[in-house]
Design a protein around this ligand. Sequence first.
Ligand code: NOJ
Ligand code: CA
Length: 541
Amino acid sequence: MATADIQATETVPWWRGAAIYQVYPRSFADGNGDGIGDLAGIRQRLPYLAELGVDAVWMSPWYPSPMADAGYDIADFRDIDPVFGTLAEAELLIKEAHDLNIRIIVDVVPNHCSDAHPWFVEALAAGPGSPQRQRFWFRAGRGPTGDTPPTDLQSIFGGPAWTRVTEPDGSPGEWYLHLFAPQQPDFNWEHRAVWAEFDDILRFWFDRGVDGIRIDSAAVLIKEPLPRDEASYTDRDEVHQVYRAWRRISDSYPDERILIGEVWLPDPARFARYLRPDELHTAFNFAFLNCPWDAAEMRRCVDETIFAHAPVGAPPTWVLSNHDVTRHVTRYGRQNTSFSFETRVEGVPLDLALGERRARAAILLTLALPGAAYLYQGEELGLAEVEDIPLDRRTDPMFSRSGGSNPGRDGCRVPLPWSGTRQPFGFSPDDAETRSWLPQPAAWASRTVQAQTGDPGSMLELYRAALRIRRAESALGDGAIRWIDAGEGTLAFTRDPGFTCVVNLSSGAVALPEHMKILLASGSTANRLLPKDSAAWLRTR
Ligand code: NOJ
Ligand code: CA
């Protein structure tokens, strides 16, 4: 009887408790000195990610793209944009990551493509009524001359969700639907060719060894023929058929290949439907990211999350930041600590020291909760939102399409500081002549990987220590929690065997139990007192 067999069957699948690091390729590391991050830069820094202790890396889109939405407007789903490198480099990157025990997840965007995608170019050329147009949502306009959009639907980035095209003969023509920017036409998922195309794209990347697919805008693929309002495209039942088909594809590979949904839905029960055993493996828990820094709200969010996931048997996930939201050091340093796209603002009074203290506590909470955790590049350096990017250097369509009323997402996408005391802080090679695509704050001199390495009080060393313990502790990752009553304003829970996490969100210090060993703390634990806005990991001696 092979012992190895027994172990293999008892092992928890890697993704149920993984710490997954999001790389935003444009801003991670620039290998060739043009001021834009690339695959050469990522490959050079893979040892950094291995040392940090993450299990997998999710790559935001790296495909050929006109970059109208930073690569979420894809012109070719099976290649790499030249600004990032080549497909051969991507294959090397996957292999090198695997050699370091890091899994790779790629981002697939099934809701839309770029207006430079060959299908859309063909659709424009083929004209009204053509089969080529049926792969998208082309409709005639309203009014005698058709110059009013087919419906009043607004795009998620602001402005109408319809754009009128000029027909091949030069006349004003049909309109096409785009839930996001006009450069991102929506696919028509009622067309079999769209299904077949994405089946093939999934296989293309799985065949290249990727371990998972992050599915962009996963809940909005299916539309009514004439979308009238938001309710007509969000979370329609038919979308689950897509993910059942995708699960059959991922399950056809002998090892675990996973599907991760970007599912923004307020109702936890509707959210959990995406995680039924024959659909997606996991999905981002945005409720946690939206949750204010408040003990009762946090506890409710954790409970609701665990409660919603239990019936479908999926592990919860925990997310504090990503490339779309205000960095959490900044959120937690404000009076209003929750996040919403609608109220995203800059220049709100901010206590960065407070934000950082809470962020340190929050990561210990996040990494102690059951399930998988997502980390966004730069949070391990304690980077704050950059709120003073000159307006003429902002690239995000959320900024331009809102007429500037929404500051956009550039502030959480600023290139990482690696080393040195001046811009570009090692993001580009020393001899690079081009400035980085977004400016970095001068104050990041103290935030570089180099400056934080070896400093026991740094955010980076806290992440390294926490991830190291998380790997070593069988209690962490997938599993269950049990709350302990630790008084109002304090979250405390145990994880078997023998692990306890205490997070103090109250207004005073909390005494840590005498009989336990302190494994790690986000701040001082002098006299076994845990100050407010801090957290500790404890173990039964
Ligand atoms: C969600 C992505 O995270 C975001 O960055 C993008 O703009 C939209 N989907 C559209 O693809
Ligand atoms: Ca570059």
